[in-house]
Design a protein around this ligand. Sequence first.
Ligand SMILES: Cc1ccc(-c2noc([C@H]3C[C@@H](O)CN3)n2)cc1F
Length: 329
Amino acid sequence: RQTGTVETDAEKHDVEYLTPISIGTPPQDLIVDFDTGSSDLWVFSTEMAAKDIKGQAVYDPNNSSTSEKLQGSTWQITYGDGSSSSGDVYLDTVTIGNLTVPNQAVEAAKKVSDEFTDDPNNDGLLGLGFSSINTVQPTPQNTFFDNVKKNLDTPLFTTDLKHGAPGSYNFGYIDPAAYIGNISWTPVDNSQGFWGFTSPGYAVGTETLRNHSISGIADTGTTLLLLPKSIVKAYYSEVQGAQYDSSQGGYVFPCSPTPPDFVFGVNNGIVTVPGDMVLYAPIDSANQNCFGGIQSDTGIGFSIFGDVALKTSFVVFDAGGLQLGWAAK
Ligand SMILES: Cc1ccc(-c2noc([C@H]3C[C@@H](O)CN3)n2)cc1F
């Protein structure tokens, strides 16, 4: 039985968290976006057109003695922001930290949309969602976590994302030094392939929790906290000068004073998103106005507890108990 840990670095404004992995023999090092909201491990590869690669590291299956083409298999994925990628599939050895999975399905990109080409530090994505939504055809493949979990002390991983500082993903153990107080546990609904859960309510600032079911997913690959329009309006009604700016595509408000905290329930506990985390990023060079870290989930069909929510907490993604644990830190 094993456990593992790997450090993840925040990009500017914590827009995404990038984590090193190794693929093949000898090992090829790439840095990828761990995404609990999807379930494909795909990487930039030598099968792409040179014009679509701008600084990224690429996986070369021909340079790995352990790669084996999964004949006839292809994949195609589209993310929440409309970005997409596609290609074919190899089985190869994948190592994260001290954990190795032989014969992991590695999805080699042949095409990627401009958003990926224009993201030079990101060499691909590693899905930590449920394998039921893996896009490989004709036979969906297992995620790294699904393949490694039988070797773990316990079938869970934890996230400790931070604001503008390296965080960590741990596999197979809960580090008691990584959080304070108690872990609030809530059941996971994985029927859509996500780490879905329902929060019982929310509060703005220091008010008491309002009963309002919020069904959403814990998604490390989404930058912001996307909530029902009514809750977003209630929050920004208490932020001086806040307004919906269609040119920015969301609520903006003066970067000072610090806006109120946003609190959401997790079972009988609460998670507090400090006001200064709702100040997502300045939209002008004078840093006068800021884009909000809380925005509407309209059109998605569920809420998304992205990095703005996750980086406030130590979160346990427990596939054994099919539950999520949230703790302060
Ligand atoms: C350029 C780029 C675009 C999107 C994403 C991306 N990664 O995870 C997610 C969310 C949305 C949902 O699809 C699953 N989790 N989005 C990453 C990128 F590097």
